[in-house]
Ligand binder design. Structure first.
Ligand code: BGC
Length: 470
């Protein structure tokens, strides 16, 4: 990435008398900047942080193969966790239930009453940072936070729907055994424990026992939350997608295809793919560095390439690795060298042209050219995230077996701030997803149900009154 010799070009410009030295240098600078940007793009491809480094069909075939492995109970990067819930049940209206939404960033607790005509009445809602995000906490403290939030209204409900956005094996009685933490949460004591049983005893200890509790993954909740709208367009199947602090998908599988012990009365049930753990894509050296420095090395490799927690930090590592290539101004290079953190929100604001919101990247040490290179790098991260997300969604649609008829598309409910707020990400996912669907004659309709985790958890809790064995 060094300057080329300009002599011949300069002579030519001056010889025909059309130009002067000022504009020549300006043009030379532009040419240089363009060349540099092309070099950065080539470099990003070498780092595997570019959609151009991958073949979507190869990725999709690997994804589907991993899903099969996981379903048969073999060791696979996709755990394919049976949820013991399904769609197409009658949902009783006007039954108040408590809902806990333990997401990657926030903990929301409140009461929901589903009304006829698809409306939902929310009350008593509180929101706070999810415990264990910034500092390590013990299980008792985690439960105390939950019980404190439930206490003001829990006497008014008989059931609690607990949307738990972490990998957990679901038991037939709807509890969840935490397999591991993701999203850098630090409550190690809970790993391997029944999260629901712990909450019920904490409630009991404070005189609020006797509740029915149902734990479900947030993708399962998103899938259930899409049911009402999907029914309106006669959806043939359902997929729930989350792309926020973490990423994952859920879809509906026939029980006969499930090799693991997960039989239940219905023919089908929702499977939590835990797709953020997919390992079937090549990673570059900087991906590997990011993973090694994370709280859970080797875990959630797809998630580390696409989710809101990691895209900013990945971009920072890439920018730092680019410094020795001489593409940044001296002051920009110095500033980057001293940076220890970069949020997805800050670099995304820069990429979206909202420089004032780009935090440290708005610093005067950076030149306009520095910022263009930063944007280019982040675009590489986002393009790859879009490709991997499209493959992830396509695999869930294909595996669910619906969508052959244009009049009965698969209803894909997508939730998560990273998907909707990252500059151009949603459009880039659709641009990659639709051709994969068209090539197979499949039809999908992507929707966004507001508050999907809360609505889905409420549906699960309310339906549990009708399905004691399920
Ligand atoms: C978790 C999943 C969750 C996803 C989206 C991942 O880190 O492992 O269980 O569905 O994030 O929140």
């Amino acid at each position: 990435m060094s300057y080329g010799a300009p002599t011949l070009e300069a002579d030519a410009v001056m010889a025909d008398g059309q130009d002067d030295w000022g504009s020549f240098f300006k043009r030379r600078e532009q040419t240089h900047a363009e060349r540099e940007r092309m070099d950065v793009q080539v470099w990003l491809k070498q780092q595997m942080v570019s959609a151009a480094a991958y073949d979507a069909e190869v990725l999709l075939a690997r994804f589907l193969a991993e899903m099969e492995h996981g379903l048969s109970g073999n060791v696979a990067s996709l755990e394919m966790i049976p949820s013991y819930v399904t769609v197409a049940r009658e949902i009783p209206h006007d039954v108040p239930v408590a809902v806990i939404d333990a997401g990657g960033t926030n903990l929301r607790v409140g009461m929901v009453r589903l009304e006829a005509a698809g409306r939902a009445a929310f009350s008593h809602f509180t929101r706070q940072a999810i415990p264990g995000r910034d500092t390590k906490v013990c299980a008792a403290d985690f439960y105390d936070v939950l019980v404190d939030a439930l206490a003001p209204f829990v006497s008014e409900v008989a059931a609690i729907g607990f949307c738990f956005s972490y990998p957990a094996t679901i038991t037939p009685d709807h509890d969840g055994v935490l397999l591991r933490w993701t999203k850098e949460i630090k409550i190690p004591e809970l790993v391997g424990r029944r999260v629901g049983a712990g909450l019920l005893s904490a409630l009991e200890a404070r005189g609020m026992g006797g509740k029915r509790l149902i734990i479900l993954n947030d993708t399962v909740a998103a899938l259930l939350a899409g049911e009402m709208e999907g029914a309106r367009f006669n959806a043939s199947s359902y997929v729930g997608v989350i792309l926020g602090t973490g990423t994952n998908t859920a879809y509906i599988e026939r029980n006969r295809n499930i090799g693991q012990p997960a039989e239940q009365r219905e023919e089908c049930q929702v499977i939590n793919v835990e797709s953020g753990a997919f390992t079937g894509f090549e990673r570059g050296p900087i991906d590997k560095e990011l993973d090694a420095a994370s709280r859970e090395p080797g875990v959630g490799l797809l998630e580390k390439a696409v989710s809101g927690v990691y895209m900013g930090p990945l971009a920072l590592r890439l920018l730092k690795a680019l410094v020795p290539q001489g593409v940044f101004s001296d002051s920009g290079a110095d500033k980057l060298a001293g940076m220890t953190a970069l949020s997805t929100i800050a670099i995304d604001a820069l990429a979206a042209g909202r420089r004032a919101d780009s935090g440290i990247l708005n610093d005067d040490s950076f030149t306009e050219s520095d910022r263009k290179i930063m944007t280019l790098v982040f675009n590489g991260v986002v393009d790859r995230a879009a490709l991997l997300t499209a493959v992830n969604i396509a695999a869930a649609v294909i595996k669910g077996g619906g969508g052959q008829d244009a009049l009965r598309p698969v209803c894909v409910n997508i939730d998560g701030a990273t998907y909707y707020k990252t500059f151009q990400l949603a459009a880039k996912v659709q641009t990659r997803l639709q051709p994969m669907m068209r090539a197979r004659g499949l039809h999908v309709r992507c929707i966004n149900v507001p508050d999907a985790p809360v609505i889905g958890a409420a549906i699960a809790a309310i339906s549990s009154f009708r399905s004691p064995a399920a």
